[in-house]
Design a protein around this ligand. Sequence first.
Ligand SMILES: Cc1cc2nc3c(=O)[nH]c(=O)nc-3n(C[C@H](O)[C@H](O)[C@H](O)COP(=O)(O)OP(=O)(O)OC[C@H]3O[C@@H](n4cnc5c(N)ncnc54)[C@H](O)[C@@H]3O)c2cc1C
Length: 485
Amino acid sequence: MTAAALGKVLGGIPGLSITLIESEAIGTVGVGEATIPRIHAFNAMLGLDENAFVRETCATYKLGIEFVDWLRPGHRYVHPFGRYGLDMMGIEFHHFWLKAQEAGESEPLDSFSIAAMAGKAGKFARPRPDQPNSPLSKLAYAFQFDASRYAHFLRGYAEKLGVRRIEGRIVDVVQDGESGFVDAVRLENGETVAGELFVDCSGFRSLLLGQTLGVPFTDWTKWLPCDRAIAVPCELGGDHEPLTRSTARPAGWQWRIPLQHRIGNGHVYSSAHMDDGEAEDLLLANLDAAPIAEPIRLRFTAGYRTRAWEKNVVALGLAAGFLEPLESTAIHLVQVGIARLLTLFPTTAFTPNEIARYNLEHENEYRDIRDFLVLHYLATERDDTEFWRYCRNLEPPPAVAEKIAMFESSGRVFRENNELFTETSWLSVMAGQGITAGGYHPMTDTLGLDETRKRLAHIRQVVSAAVTQMPTQEEFLTVNGGAIR
Ligand SMILES: Cc1cc2nc3c(=O)[nH]c(=O)nc-3n(C[C@H](O)[C@H](O)[C@H](O)COP(=O)(O)OP(=O)(O)OC[C@H]3O[C@@H](n4cnc5c(N)ncnc54)[C@H](O)[C@@H]3O)c2cc1C
């Protein structure tokens, strides 16, 4: 992603050359398949044709995440992309929903989201901004794809733009004796590659930023205790909904990401609460079809490198930090890191202001996403295992506590600065995880209860009618040339 984007945006600068060093012997982490709608901005910046990209990466569409058994066993809700219902009289839709709930209505929020309803029905269509009165006008979507194919696709793209790719293993890093800046990296075959700016995309190793420059890692295990994952793909089976599914397990959760040619599965768990053998058995016992590869085991720590930019090294991806894939944010973090690097692209003077700004935004992004992830664990009725008892009794990070308190007192949801997850996302997970709003906006009372009920029923009906008219995801892929066969 980095080589492709830098090649595209900076490739024309006279005298500038970009070298990508990768080692097939080391390989990539090999998982990471679900994205969020912001990926459109990245693909559009590269000028990718969406149908070709979908075909090349065996992608499916994603309208949100379905959370199963998170509140309590047997319960499910969708965190959809896009918005719920329709704001009325300048008041956010959910206040009317809360008012109806207080009066005894039980219709879940899902019924008012076209993404949630279409997702559950296995339907998909692109947004129709030309139909402003239809809920389709505001549909938002992302992709689920084979990350290795995406990387391969972008490698070819970068090479066409003149990026030089070297296959080889970095075994040594040469630093300037005085400044500590990285001057060059040395490869196993003896070749030395010098540079002025180094982008560390070496994964969990964090070869330049962590190992060479010693930038410390801030550990968030106390808030996000999961520290292991086992991933295994299986044959296609079960439903074909354009949704990522996350099912709570006794010491963590399991993902299910259906692609066109297989389903990606993984079990994320806390090693303090479950051993690896049990975790693997549980994963293999809960697949939709036969596994098609050996399970791979991964270890990680939730947290981030305190500074992602140090001297002349900028780390992106796993080299800069890790937050579990509960809300599919890692590829997004790579993408925003690239965008920020391009915005603050340095001269060889490496002015501290640019570096400080980069690091401040890096920290804010990781912290905001961490807070949203913690909400999923904290707000649960589950107390059936030691893990869930630990999670539900966590002391929330201050911003989470404030958001919950606000919702509990008045049903209001607010978004902090530029944080990635919007009010709709916070609402979705707070309501989905069973947090009860203690009130609603008083202005909704200008609309009587009967009229409120009537309008909610109408919105539900419009959503449902729009879903009926949408094609299934398979039909959509075939008609638009995204299908792989
Ligand atoms: C369990 C799990 C599930 C995930 N699920 C999702 C998801 O659903 N959605 C999402 O957005 N993200 C997800 N991610 C994150 C996603 O996988 C990563 O963000 C993405 O793969 C990018 O990884 P990376 O390039 O930083 O590191 P890697 O994939 O590890 O790549 C590191 C690269 O550095 C090279 N390298 C390392 N050391 C050397 C060396 N010494 N010499 C030469 N080359 C070297 C390797 O060859 C490789 O090419 C998940 C991650 C994990 C662990």
